[in-house]
Write a protein that binds this ligand. Structure first.
Ligand code: ARG
Length: 463
């Protein structure tokens, strides 16, 4: 390309007037998609190698292009590359620069491809590695959670439903619930790899190409497992973006739930946990305050992550096939969700390492609200041959009595209990013991200490 053309858009032969300056500013995505430079260069190298193998370009031109691309990569990595909004996006910035480095032979690089397949190729490769990084961060969270769970197998706390005391549980069991959730998150991200592993490269703008290309060759070179099937669908498809945004949203939602829970537990009303000074902030006016700002931050970020998913769904909902400029926003949305999730995972990991359960308070709270009432009902079914409904009624009567006398269930005497169920013996009193209650839940997945130990072992082996 002649020197004087270097400041002009690639399509200047056809379009004679300069794009409106406001559109040049807002329509350019270079400040966002420059993050794709590595993937873009890898895609271009694979593409020209394939073009050479298929005898579409010569050995010399292929080498020149590869040399130029490597040089560009180094410049970018050394922060010496001058990204310009004039050339809209990463693909054109690189192509323009290639002309400057190797001259007119750069013009062969765009044979048998379009930015439409180029951008999806870059983006899929990027999301694949982002997926790996996220899963590594989730692994760290799982490890930290397993560590606290292991230390708290015998820490008894109230299990809540409707935020009212339901049944006693172990804190370890509670934490293992989050391990399950984070494992599902990992699985969700891994499931996305199936479509991420289909290479879009070679479908060109919309219809495929008349050049004798080898799509499987570029797919292999770039680490894809196979190729997409339909050229029109390929350039229109952003389902893989939605899958990623949805997976990030679900993982953020899990983080938000644990954050919300820990905020409640940390409140003065509950005082079930203590947060070290590393993970709290102060108030500018109230000197006594230690606020769980970090937890609030990660809960809050979930809102914009959900927003990102909805933005993308909305962008796509009215789009006819195939490529439209509307889609360009997909990168900003994905980068934003990705970055927020990685930050939130790191923050959560920090918090998990700086959390101290108030075991005494947990036990005391678990010992209120007639929390072992269901244990009593179960006891009546097992030992006094009652149906569960009958036992439920009897137990409710006993709870009413305790409530009236302002006593805990365990404070009722056997004589008082016998007034409601004459067949009861002293043996019943053991069901009011919290530890006994927790350990009696031996059904698979239940809160007994043995079950928790087994689960911790299982997950320690997997991770
Ligand atoms: N920067 C564009 C995007 O991210 C690349 C694809 C452009 N294709 C086009 N025909 N304008 O969407």
């Amino acid at each position: 390309m002649a020197k004087n053309k270097n400041n002009q858009a690639i399509w200047n032969t056809r379009i004679k007037k300069k794009t409106s300056s406001i559109f040049q500013r807002v329509g350019s995505s270079i400040n966002i998609d420059r993050r794709l430079y590595k993937e873009d260069i890898a895609g271009s190298v694979a593409h020209v190698e394939m073009l050479f193998k298929q005898k579409i370009i010569s050995f010399k031109i292929k080498n020149k292009i590869v040399y130029g691309l490597e040089k560009i990569k180094k410049e970018i990595e050394k922060n010496k590359f001058d990204f310009s909004t004039k050339y809209e996006d990463i693909h054109m910035n690189i192509e323009k620069k290639l002309f400057l480095i190797i001259g007119d032979d750069a013009g062969y690089i765009h044979t048998a491809r379009s930015r439409n397949d180029q951008v999806i190729t870059d983006f899929k490769i990027w999301i694949k590695s982002a997926t790996k990084e996220i899963n590594n961060s989730i692994d760290k969270i799982i490890k930290s959670t397993l560590k606290i769970a292991e230390k708290n197998i015998e820490t008894i706390m109230p299990g809540f439903t409707h935020l009212k005391n339901a049944q006693p549980i172990s804190l370890g069991h509670y934490l293992m619930a989050y391990v399950e959730m984070f494992f599902r998150d990992k699985k969700r991200f891994i499931n996305n790899l199936e479509s991420l592993n289909e290479s879009p490269l070679g479908v060109a703008a919309i219809s495929g190409t008349s050049f004798n290309i080898d799509r499987n060759y570029t797919a292999k070179k770039l680490g894809f497992k196979n190729v997409t099937n339909n050229s029109i669908d390929t350039v229109s498809d952003r389902d893989f973006v939605l899958d990623f945004l949805y997976s990030v949203s679900v993982c953020s939602m899990h983080i938000s739930r644990i954050a919300e829970e820990l905020i409640i537990w940390n409140s003065d009303a509950y005082s079930l946990i203590h947060l070290s000074d590393k993970v709290v902030t102060g108030s500018s006016i109230m000197p006594q305050k230690k606020n769980p700002d970090l937890l609030e931050y990660i809960r809050g970020k979930t809102g914009s992550t959900f927003g990102n998913l909805f933005s993308m769904l909305t962008i796509l909902k009215g789009l006819p096939l195939s490529y439209y400029k509307d889609m360009q926003d997909d990168k900003e949305i994905v980068f934003s969700s990705n970055d927020k999730l990685l930050d939130c995972l790191k923050i959560l990991d920090d918090i998990l390492k700086n959390i101290y359960p108030n075991k005494k308070k947990m036990y005391e709270l678990a010992n209120t609200g007639f929390i072992t009432a269901t244990d009593l009902a179960d006891y009546l079914v097992k030992n006094h041959s009652m149906s569960f409904r009958r036992a439920y009624e009897k137990t409710a009567e006993i709870v009413n009595l305790a409530d009236k006398k302002k006593k805990k269930l365990s404070e009722l005497s056997i004589e008082e209990l016998k007034k409601i169920e004459p067949n009861l013996t002293k043996d019943v009193l053991k069901v009011f013991d919290l530890k006994n209650s927790v350990n009696s839940k031996k059904s698979y997945g239940g809160t007994s200490f043995e079950n928790i130990k087994r689960m911790i072992m299982k997950y320690k082996k997997i991770i």
